[in-house]
Design a protein around this ligand. Sequence first.
Ligand SMILES: [Zn+2]
Length: 437
Amino acid sequence: MALALASTTTVAQARSEVDPVRVRAQLDFLAGPDLHGRGSATPDEAVAAAYVASQLQGYGLKTAPGMTGYLQRIPVLRQAQAGPVELLIDGVPAPDATPLRVVGGVWGGKVAILGRIAPDTKAAVLVVPDVGAKNADIAKARTQVGAAVTIVIADKDTVRATEASGGRPALPRYFPNETPTGRTSTVAVGPDTMRRLLAGAPTVTLSVPFTLAHDSTTNAVAYLPGSDPAAGVLLLTAHLDHLGIGADGTIWPGANDEASGTVALMEIARSMAMGKRPRRGILFVAYGSEERGGFGARWFGDHPPVPLKDIAANIEFEMIGASVPKLAADRLMMTGYERSDLGPELRAHGALIDADPYPEQHYFQRSDNYALALRGVVAHTVSGYGEVATYHTPQDTPDRIDAPYMVRAIESLLKPIRWLADSRFTPRWNKDGQPKE
Ligand SMILES: [Zn+2]
């Protein structure tokens, strides 16, 4: 009996099914203390990418067409803050100013106040006195007056945004062939400073000392060749980076966001590599720098190893560590479900996916799939719940993941993806479904 049991165990381990122990081990490594939260375009992110690449290689996957290795290294320029950000009103510092998003340099001049702007007003600074002002109205006014700096009143959203960024204002990052033109700064202030801004016509100066850092971000890319070269290629993706280390040294582990999707990608790759060769080739890509600018996906979209027109579909995996409250317990959601015929077909072939019940969150536009969708590829994200309490907090750890849900979620995707890889069905955008920016 003991012998039979031992051989059964061996067979189970060799199967292509998802193993909860391996899933936890991968989560523990990617979101563990030694990778320091895999900050976008950091050496920690490069280690995570090397790990994912090595796993994919170990499953027997090949390098992608035209590539000689499993990594794409991508140069990214970053403005690094080189001193305290200062907001001066008529030359006097505003002590209650919190920079949220800033551009390096010295900016400022006259102010315009939202709600009191004449049609021909030009001003370097837009002041938004109302807590409830709509983002769209702010953006429109900013463009109209040509403001380089927007000053809003501090509220719970700006406090949360500051916490979520680890207390550091975001400075621009861009590809070497770009410039940060068109980007503007936003600063939150307390009621005292807001009163000073609204009284008289002050002159405001925002000074952001900076240096230019040359970083690189890394994509892990592997390929499972298909049996029919004319059948096109599937692109399966996740992002491997997270927020890294905060200004105060706190680590943001990013277990759900996005070690979970990266592990799903690896498990699906492993399963597909063990089965019979699919009809379509499959590109497996773990992107770098989703969290800060979507650099990995945008670069991949501009330098794809196969022509974009040959990519039949892109499915991104995101945040599968918590079930979706508005859906049945075992379901995943697909962002932009109504935009193409991919979701309904996958569902008809057993995928436990529903339409995204939170359209107001614009998840379709907030994930790596969007960079590919803008380039014409039918591209969606499959995810669990996006508004978990641990989202973008230091509490996003492996032990807080709903492991049974995550394992079931990955398992539920194996057959539908296998079907898609073998099928002659080519997904299409529905009318007006493809985004135009
Ligand atoms: Zn995130």
